[in-house]
Design a protein around this ligand. Structure first.
Ligand code: ZN
Length: 165
């Protein structure tokens, strides 16, 4: 038996995966739109509900499963809604519901938000992850599997070719 064939997904392995995620029947993310993702299993590089399902899969294996919000992007936090005065937004930003923004907090950290509603004086923002509170319907195929390098284990993430950080 070749070592390649006996390999299955386990902690500290770099997994390359094709995937599609659907929410309410709509595709919200898919590797068909870009390259397969590569990540270090067991290091919280991907949501826990995905990691759990991948253990034991071999290259070529496919699987479909549902990830609950608690194992995905969390439940929606009703406190993550904020009203911001219209005057605080630069004029070039279209202030309409559904527009996604990046806001900087006092510490200079960038947070993603989406406009819920736009009043005359205030803009209501939702800082929840867009997939918070959602059931995620995954279809995945493992397309690559290898042992992580010492450096990858030290960093806690996979290094794609020519992609060091
Ligand atoms: Zn690194």
């Amino acid at each position: 038996m070749s070592p390649e064939k006996s390999q299955v997904v386990a902690d500290d392995m770099v997994v390359t995966m094709e995937y599609t995620v659907k929410v309410d029947g709509e595709v919200v993310d898919s590797s068909e739109d870009h390259e397969p993702i590569e990540f270090l299993q067991g290091h919280n590089q991907v949501i826990s509900g995905l990691e759990k399902q991948l253990y034991g899969m071999a290259v070529g294996d496919t699987k479909s499963f549902v990830v609950a919000p608690r194992d995905g992007y969390g439940e929606r936090d009703p406190d993550a809604i904020a009203d911001v005065p219209r005057s605080e937004f630069p004029p070039e930003i279209p202030l309409e519901p559904g527009v996604e923004l990046q806001m900087e907090d006092e510490d200079g950290d960038v947070m993603n938000a989406v406009i819920v509603s736009a009043g005359e004086k205030t803009i209501r923002l939702d800082f929840n992850h867009p997939l918070a509170g959602k059931e995620l319907h995954f279809s995945v195929q493992v397309v690559g599997l290898r042992q992580a390098t010492a450096e990858e284990l030290e960093h806690g993430h996979a290094h794609s070719e020519g992609h060091h950080h």
